[in-house]
Design a protein around this ligand. Structure first.
Ligand code: NI
Length: 221
């Protein structure tokens, strides 16, 4: 699987979070400020100052939600979440095709994520466009839904033609850098957990979990 979509936060949490961060008018700045040289020419949005108290508070909350979620943990094998940032894309703004920086001051980017905080009806355009092996995939998710995708992918944010798109983006440094390796582990873990739920613990399943752990040791860095 190339990317994973998951329901992380309920709508009222998103609504309160959005209200809270939009109130801090003085902390919003031009998105180009943190873009790498490749991305800065195509980035056109606003972002909440990462070092502000309000950003740190809500980033911490979202980080904890992600790292305590079983499915997301199994998919991403996160060693570290970093660079979390709230961004707003208004009418006429967008973010052209780019690839994220592999090494950021905050860590290595193995996986990128976008957590949608506005409702799809709040804006037109603004889809996250991912270039996957299967072709171009355009995503516009319900509030509280997150998509996690390999940072190796070219991606863009379609121009917003009406309203405003509010999201939280960030990066994951995984224990396993390689996407294919991570996908093998994810499949194995999902299968073993499924069997465990169906038939309980068995000596055969113990062997599968052992193999999983030792494969993780071998593939991890
Ligand atoms: Ni990006």
């Amino acid at each position: 699987m190339d990317y994973l979509i998951h329901h992380l936060l309920d709508k009222s949490t998103c609504l309160n979070l959005a209200k809270d961060i939009k109130r801090e008018k003085s902390e919003w700045e031009e998105g180009k400020k943190t873009a790498g040289s490749h991305a800065s020419t195509v980035k056109n949005n606003f972002q909440l100052n990462r070092d502000s108290e309000i950003s740190l508070k809500h980033s911490q909350f979202i980080s904890e939600k992600i790292t305590s979620d079983k499915l997301l943990k199994s998919f991403a094998l996160p060693r570290k979440l970093h660079g979390l940032m709230f961004t707003r894309t208004g009418e006429g703004q967008g973010y052209g095709v780019h690839v994220d920086n592999p090494y950021m001051s905050s860590g290595r980017s193995d996986l990128s994520f976008t957590l949608f905080l506005s409702e799809p009806n709040d804006y037109q355009g603004g889809e996250l466009s991912l270039q996957t092996i299967q072709g171009c995939k355009k995503l516009k998710l319900q509030s509280g839904h997150i998509v996690i995708y390999p940072s190796t992918s070219l991606h863009s944010v379609e121009p917003v033609t009406f309203g405003e798109r509010l999201v939280c983006v960030g990066w994951i440094q995984s224990y396993v850098q390689n996407n294919e390796d991570r996908n093998i582990l994810f499949g194995l873990d999902a299968g073993a957990r499924g069997l465990l739920a169906k038939q309980g613990r068995t000596p055969e399943l113990d062997l599968v979990f052992q193999a999983y752990s030792n494969l993780l040791r071998r593939l991890g860095d």
